[in-house]
Design a protein around this ligand. Structure first.
Ligand code: 1GP
Length: 243
């Protein structure tokens, strides 16, 4: 039962690049979902991620049900909290915030999630989540009460990502944070990629086609974009043209 993860591995082996559109249940009204997902379907997006730092209980489930009605793309949970886990999605990024030392986000929330996951038929993808400094404080930083890794200390970032792999995580997610001023620098993506034998996700602050292309060219296997679509859905048109 590793369909989503195996598909990611398959795409990578064929040299295909992946794009996830991130939808925050706090910012997407249910009645807007149909129109938005229609645009996602027309773009070259390969995945839909759903999650946010602060989301009302049950808002995620209602949104995921609505999204699933309107697309065949895999819907993957990217939860800010245990309350965002729903059995209606296809998979869950089981995020451990390995760039920080807050045990809540390293292991405690995961223990809490087990009583829910035990009854669910949800693909769980163990993910090493690495927060990188971007020029401003992001909500991940505030909510988790952790500091991002400095972009000056590339070796520490590389070693953190590698430690995640050696611990058995199946994906590493380099995160600049939602609405980041600067996306993860390309040289950091490239150094991390050279060390890893598992897929690499990159997200945060990617707002145009050039930044997307740079992330892919430096080694991102899957890029996550949320804010650029939320703020201006004409960004989809750029992506439709690439299809
Ligand atoms: C945030 O990496 C994602 O967790 C996407 O970031 O909203 O800045 O695209 P943006």
């Amino acid at each position: 039962m590793k369909a989503i993860y195996n598909n990611i591995l398959n795409s990578i082996s064929k040299g295909e690049k992946l794009l996830a559109v991130l939808i925050d249940p706090d910012k997407m009204a249910i009645e807007m979902t149909f129109g938005f997902i229609k645009k996602v379907n027309q773009s070259f997006a390969t995945h839909i991620f759903v999650g946010g730092s602060t989301v009302d209980d049950e808002a995620t489930e209602a949104l995921v049900i609505e999204i699933k009605k309107n697309t065949n793309l895999p819907v993957v949970l990217f939860p800010g909290d245990v309350s965002q886990i729903t059995n209606h999605a296809d998979a869950l990024l089981f995020l451990s915030l390995i760039s920080g030392t807050n045990s809540e986000y390293l292991i405690s929330k995961h223990i809490e999630a087990v009583s829910i996951l035990r009854h669910f038929n949800l693909e769980v993808i163990p993910t090493g989540y690495v927060l990188i400094e971007n020029g401003k404080q992001t909500s991940v930083e505030k909510v988790t009460n952790t500091k991002p890794l400095s972009i000056q200390n590339v070796q520490q970032i590389v070693d953190t990502a590698k430690a995640g792999e050696l611990l058995g995580m199946q994906i590493i997610y380099l995160e600049a944070g939602s609405g980041a001023i600067h996306p993860v620098p390309i040289e950091i993506i490239s150094f991390v990629k050279q060390e890893l034998n598992i897929p690499l996700i990159v997200g945060g602050g990617i707002r145009n086609d050039k930044q997307l292309e740079d992330a892919y060219n430096s080694g991102a296997d899957l890029v996550v974009i949320g804010t650029a679509f939320e703020e201006d859905d004409s960004f989809f048109d750029e992506l439709i043209n690439r299809k």
